[in-house]
Design a protein around this ligand. Structure first.
Ligand SMILES: Cc1cc2nc3c(=O)[nH]c(=O)nc-3n(C[C@H](O)[C@H](O)[C@H](O)COP(=O)(O)O)c2cc1C
Ligand code: SF4
Length: 481
């Protein structure tokens, strides 16, 4: 039976562990940074050498680390895109916006082990020749911002930050920036605009890929909090050792936030792909199963943007058999390994690692209405399909949840959702707001149609009664008399 594998959260919940620097140092804190700074240039044998920073980048590539912020993009590849010849400064931004509904993992790191995040950031900055970096933290994380401010001060005092870090000759400072609390500030180009002091309007890609034209039009790396923590462990243990954790192409550990109708909602760190979706929901080591007498209805496997799975849904996935050969295998959604690739192959995604569990007490139309309200509120409004479409979907769902639905609302919703994404919008928010609607309606169409039909029937009956009343005023007068 799989259990938690705590690498990043190793100390986080221990009773004697605190967020201050002294405690971090007692637990081998900043040792990976010392190791990173001491890596000597390596001869490559053909007259060329690989610098310490280049070797760290290579270790991250070998580790197979994929971003933990949502898209699961290769961290090594992202770093390789950085324009290192532009002559402009290279910036790094730690994305601590954590805005995807259902996700509450980064805040655990920030609140409980801020120096681990700083150490990962400093190493990533050193590896990429960054001398000024930013932490963009969501405005509502007031306590988190205070903790990080203190941690930054402590790190500066002990020379882990600032000029000539630990006598290495390397200079770096990190600034903390508090956002004003908008989902779109988590999208990397919206975040960059916000950091520049503007409204968080995402930028169009191309040309504004952060690795080339990011903050102040300079090459910029944006990485998630958890991704940067993993960098520290990759340096500490070596890329190939890190790659032994998890499963092929889905290496390392990740922190999964489990919420909704389970007995033990919470955050759990696992080796990627070593536990199935069902185990994460049902095992005592994780979600602990549904409440007594309840049945599973649906699971949103990767934050509110991810396409929903229906209980009992089956998928055909390519798997390696005991003979090492790939064959198609049918599996229940609960048997899907919780990794990046399996969930994508099943038509959804593990996204920000947030599993939201819905049981048979959940009104599926209400649940989608709640999600759609969020997206309608959070659309930045630049693109017409997203701005208007998200609102129209929310309005249609309001109709359905307030007794004003129509029989064809289900089709209407899908028609709108189908016309938002697919290159019609500047950023991936277009997909994020469409996927829940497309998948909820496709998989639970009867629930939507039944509500709309019931409302229409009620309205028709009311109209008929009104017509009868209107056509026979005398008889009504007679009754009243
Ligand atoms: C609408 C939207 C919201 C996002 N919110 C977050 C967020 O809160 N935190 C985050 O790390 N990434 C978020 N992302 C993903 C970022 O754009 C970016 O891909 C990520 O920070 C890169 O880090 P990673 O490669 O380490 O995952 C969001 C993306 C979109 C489209
Ligand atoms: S897709 Fe939506 S959130 Fe993204 S830029 Fe366009 S309007 Fe803004």
């Amino acid at each position: 039976m799989p259990s938690e594998y705590r690498l990043i959260l190793k100390y986080a919940d221990q009773p004697d562990y605190s967020s201050d620097l002294e405690c971090y140092l007692r637990h081998s804190g900043y040792e990976a940074l010392k190791k990173a700074l001491a890596i000597p240039p390596k001869s490559l044998g053909d007259g060329k050498t690989s610098s310490g920073p280049e070797q760290i980048r290579e270790e991250v590539r070998v580790a197979g680390l994929r971003g933990r912020g949502g898209a699961g993009f290769s961290c090594g590849l992202k770093w390789s895109f950085v324009d290192r010849k532009s002559g402009k400064p290279i910036y790094l931004i730690c994305n601590a916006d954590e805005s995807e509904p259902g996700t509450f993992k980064d805040k655990q790191i920030i609140y409980k082990d801020p120096h681990q995040m700083l150490e990962g950031m400093i190493i990533a900055c050193y590896a990429n020749d960054v001398h000024l970096a930013y932490i963009y933290i969501r405005g509502e994380f007031v306590e988190g911002a205070k903790i990080l401010s203190r941690a930054l001060k402590e790190a500066r005092e002990k020379k882990f930050l600032g000029r000539n870090i630990l006598g290495s000759g390397y200079d770096l400072d990190i600034w903390l920036h508090r956002g004003a609390g908008a989902y779109i500030c988590g999208e990397e180009t919206g975040l960059i605009e916000s950091l520049e002091g503007k409204r968080a309007y995402p930028r169009i890609k191309p040309p504004y890929f952060p690795a080339v034209l990011g903050l102040y039009m300079c090459p910029t790396i944006v990485n998630n909090v958890e991704t940067l923590c993993a960098v520290k462990h990759i340096v500490a243990m070596g890329g190939s050792e890190y790659a032994k954790l998890g499963t092929p192409n889905n290496t390392g550990t990740r922190i999964v936030s489990i919420s909704g109708r389970v007995k033990k909602p919470g955050y759990y760190e696992i080796e990627v792909g070593k536990a199935t979706l069902g185990q994460l929901i049902n095992e005592p080591a994780f979600g602990g199963g549904l409440r007594e007498g309840r049945k599973l209805k649906a699971v949103i496997p990767g934050g509110s943007s991810a396409k929903v799975f229906k209980a009992g849904e089956k998928f055909k996935l390519k798997r390696k058999g005991p003979d090492g050969k790939e064959a198609e295998q049918e599996m229940d959604m609960l048997d899907l390994p919780y990794d990046f690739d399996s969930l994508v192959a099943a038509g959804s995604m593990s996204g920000s690692g947030a599993i939201i569990v819905l049981d048979d007490s959940t009104d599926i139309v209400e649940a989608l209405s709640n999600i759609a309200d969020f997206y309608a509120h959070e659309s930045c409004g630049q693109c017409t399909p997203c701005r208007e479409g998200s609102l129209w979907m929310a309005k249609a769902l309001h109709r359905l949840t307030h007794g004003e639905g129509r029989k064809n609302d289900a089709d209407y919703l899908v028609k709108i959702a189908d016309n938002i994404p697919g290159g019609r919008t500047i950023c991936a928010f277009g997909e994020a707001c469409s996927w829940p609607v497309q998948s909820f309606v496709a998989k639970f169409k009867d629930d939507f149609v039944a509500k709309g039909a019931r409302d229409e029937e009620r309205r028709e009956q009311a109209a008929k009664a009104a017509a009868v009343e209107a056509s026979a005023p005398e008889s009504r007068a007679g009754v009243l008399a």
